[in-house]
Write a protein that binds this ligand. Structure first.
Ligand code: DX5
Ligand code: ZN
Length: 233
């Protein structure tokens, strides 16, 4: 029995309790603090902060100044920053200074400089995550399993909230879980996109540690009931 980096109690290589991250892309952005507080009170563990640059993905969201304000309002929260941007190394220090706890970048954005980007994020003092789009073979991240803290498996094409979960995702999570176990690595696995009470159990069964949910949490009549499913392991 031991505690991982986020305080999750684990036995051997298996996480006993999954964590739920609320994607603020689906929040009421005019009342961001109140909307996040509502979900944190319902039992959300982390806030997932989606950054889109209109270049790596065909949409623009928000940047470090918004994170800075949210962090000032809610300083005790773990901020899981998901950079869907073309130049993550350039902007990682801004997000770290704004309050990021963990910064995830996309392998497809920087295929030739992955090690440098990992080092650049590491240098900010934040934990490091690497993400892959649904069409990228999971084997592409195998070389980095030992170098990152988290692998984010996208279960939709990145760029928009409210999309349908791609059924290929659980097998991809299971393949990564098997490879991490084979190497004895405690790398966290996260899934993002279309996660709800129907699809979360499939990801949990496949061995995911953290589940990101935007619309299914922010638009839920009873978010605590959704969280009960997301926390069912
Ligand atoms: C998609 C984002 C996701 C998204 C999740 O590009 O990375 O975090 O906001 O939203 P839902 O849960 O609505 O699919
Ligand atoms: Zn995301």
């Amino acid at each position: 029995m031991r505690m991982d980096k986020e305080g999750t109690v684990t036995k051997g290589v298996y996480t006993i309790m999954t964590k739920a991250a609320a994607s603020i892309l689906s929040a009421d952005l005019a009342n961001l603090q109140q909307d996040c507080t509502r979900l944190l009170n319902a039992g959300v563990d982390l806030l997932h902060f989606d950054v889109m640059d209109g270049h790596f993905v065909p949409n623009i969201s928000y940047g470090a100044p918004v994170l800075k304000c949210l962090h000032a309002a809610l300083p005790d929260v773990y901020y899981d920053v998901h950079l869907m941007i073309s130049d993550p190394a350039r902007y990682a220090p801004d997000f770290a200074a704004a309050g990021a706890s963990l910064i995830t970048f996309h392998l497809e954005a920087v295929p030739d400089t992955v090690d440098e980007v990992i080092a650049a994020i590491r240098a900010t003092g934040c934990k490091v995550g690497i993400s892959i789009r649904p069409g990228t073979p999971v084997e592409a991240v195998f070389p980095y399993i030992g170098a990152v803290d988290l692998i984010l498996v996208m279960s939709v094409e990145p760029g928009f909230g409210g999309q349908s979960f791609l059924p290929s995702a659980p097998a991809r999570i299971a393949a990564l879980r098997a490879e991490c176990d084979r190497r004895g690595c405690d790398t966290l696995l996260e899934v993002d996109g279309g996660v709800n009470t129907e699809t979360a159990p499939l990801c949990i069964e496949a061995g995911v540690d953290w589940l990101v949910a935007g619309s299914s949490l922010f638009h839920a009549a009873d978010p605590a009931a959704v969280l009960q499913v997301l926390h069912s392991k």
